[in-house]
Design a protein around this ligand. Structure first.
Ligand SMILES: *Cc1c(COP(=O)(O)O)cnc(C)c1O
Length: 228
């Protein structure tokens, strides 16, 4: 796992250098879903700080086992149902998957004062697949405008999961759409610094299109079982 993690860090660094972006401008989010708390602890001890989880219960269990790691940063990157927001509002540092105002309102209302602002990204459905979560690109600005009025959330940027395809040009176009939406939001005065895009198989393409945070699971931790 250590070697695989080092390989991913190297892939990120090589891509960043090859397109002449500043070194360190892309954060690695280690997606630990389905892997045990011990795996997270091991990687933490090597220096990894940001970890991503997809399932509310699994997140709550793992967080409880790792509370002693004070500066570990938890990112929730899974689908959110409105009846399950509380443990996320209390335990997460970031949420990448906001796609409707109702969820954002609940997270803001349930965020404990002592935890400070919850850092959030809006998930955009850039592929237009009916099965995908995410707000439609055309509705992103309205959601952002409403979201920034909520007191305990801080809008940091946008996130996408493009369609699974081997077609690099198609993938790149979907990443580019997220980036152009981010630019439109910036032009409206939203101070955004995050584009959460790119996974094990496509992180280079995502970085080339402007990603600032790649979410990488299997390339670090190994294959997950089929149900995930
Ligand atoms: C599982 C998951 C990842 C990591 O995917 P890999 O292909 O294993 O790197 C990234 N983002 C989201 C939203 C995920 O659910």
């Amino acid at each position: 796992m250590f070697e695989a993690w080092q390989d991913v860090l190297r892939r990120i660094d090589e891509e960043v250098v090859s397109i002449q972006r500043p070194r360190g401008s892309v954060t690695l989010l280690a997606v630990s879903k389905t892997f045990p708390a011990d795996a997270v602890r091991t990687l933490y001890n090597h220096g990894q700080r940001a970890f991503g989880e997809n399932y509310v219960q699994e997140f709550a269990d793992k967080r409880a086992q790792l509370v002693d790691l004070a500066d570990l940063e938890w990112h929730f990157i899974g689908p959110l149902q409105s009846n399950k927001t509380r443990s996320i509002a209390e335990g997460a540092d970031w949420v990448h998957t906001i796609d409707r105002l109702k969820i954002a309102e609940r997270l803001s209302a349930q965020r404990p004062d002592a935890r400070g602002e919850l850092q959030v990204c809006i998930q955009v459905n850039v592929s237009g697949e009916a099965s995908k979560s995410g707000v439609a690109p055309a509705d992103t600005i309205a959601l952002a405008d409403a979201l920034v009025k909520l007191p305990r959330l801080k809008l940091r940027g946008l996130m996408c999961i493009p369609e699974p395809t081997e077609d690099r040009a198609r993938l790149a176009a979907q990443f580019a759409e997220l980036r152009s939406l981010q630019q439109a939001l910036k032009a409206r005065g939203h101070a955004l610094d995050t584009l959460s895009m790119g996974m094990s198989a496509d992180l280079e393409t995502a970085i080339r299109e402007g990603s600032t945070m790649v979410r990488v699971g299997s390339a670090i931790f190994g294959r997950r079982d089929a149900k995930h």
